[in-house]
Design a binder for this molecule. Sequence first.
Ligand SMILES: Cc1ncc(COP(=O)(O)O)c(C=O)c1O
Length: 441
Amino acid sequence: MKSKNSLKNNNRLWEVAKKYIPGGNMFLSKRPERFLPKYWPTFYKKSKSCYVTDINNKKYTDMIMSIGTNILGYAEPNVTKAVIKSIQNGNMSTLNCVEEQLLAKELIKMHSWSGGAKFARTGGEANAVAIRIARASSGRDKVAVCGYHGWHDWYLSSNIGDNNKLNQHLMNNVPIKGVPKSLKNTVYPFEYNNLIQLKDIIQRNEIGAIKMEVKRNFEPKNNFLEKVRKLADDNNIVLIFDECTSGFRQTFGGLHKHYKIVPDIAIFGKALGNGHAINAIIGKREVMEACNSTFVSSTFWTERIGPTAALATLDVMEKNKSWKVVTSIGKKIKKKWRLIADSNKLDLEIKGIEAIPNFTFKSKNNLAYKTFITQEMLKRKILASNAIYCSISHNKNLLENYFNILNDLFIKISKFERNSENFNKVMETKTCIGGMREDNK
Ligand SMILES: Cc1ncc(COP(=O)(O)O)c(C=O)c1O
């Protein structure tokens, strides 16, 4: 297999960026070291559909889609048009934008159990708002959590006194310096599908809120979601589904609609504005009324681009039935991964929400193989790792090309696994750092 391109060392620019912005400013999952140390293109000039042009004018096909913000593809024409119009007409004023009301109405219509909405700009922020509302509503401070919910103190405090508590929800040894130690024993993580553990947490503590992702990597087992709902009801606990990532990928709205389990609060982000900053917190009317007994407020919450983009996004999603399209693409990807892994006798674990499939090699070299795939895909102008955030712009031809390349790489990896070829010889850089919920072995 011959590579079409050599890799360009992009480290210098990234090092310069870190001089001005310690650690870089991006979402942790977008850090170059988490893809391909030294060679990851890092900075972009233009994005359109599922193509990204870097600052050296190299154009790539993107399988990662900004970690899930653009189900409809980058710069979707209808969304962009609506946003441009809102900018031309003034995206900000002393008066508030009417688009947020319209968006609240739409989201409530889509989730008939809900009766109120608030809006924020980021997922972490929306999660903090939801926790505040839940604590105010239940009158109890303690929280049981499962999944990833952002960078704020309330969530990271889970690790005070035991730095392993968030290992399977976020990553091993999350650094938490600066999170007040006084928050110790306020938030208790539980494993997905582990009802006994959740019951135990509720029995031992005055839990006011349960916050969880509806599903991330594994299917709910033994009616897990129904049982969590019942536990919340029996103990007067506010149940929050964090659908920042799962929302709009399998249904037109929350993934909870698919499982037919209703929360008290749901949070949507990422895909809601198709790349524009908007997050929604929707909830049952009586729970959301707690907003009036606490201070939640922000200057930029009435900024117009976010809700305008969300309204246009929902419109295009509804017309295209995008949740059906991306779910079908994701299912095909999972099937094809299984096929080429089996035909190359590779032990591959395949997981994830249908529209966000991911794989792991059951090998001590998992991370090294993942890095190798990114390295070789990059040479063929594809931004790829071990997870795909499906977009309606991932068409058949593009996927076929991706699978042909991946099959060639799996043939190689199969040889590395059987020691019939030397892996170290083909690696042109260091192994990447593991992603969220991934061991750094
Ligand atoms: C389920 C979930 N909640 C919250 C967040 C945090 O959102 P943000 O990065 O916009 O702050 C994420 C981001 O990946 C997420 O997946």
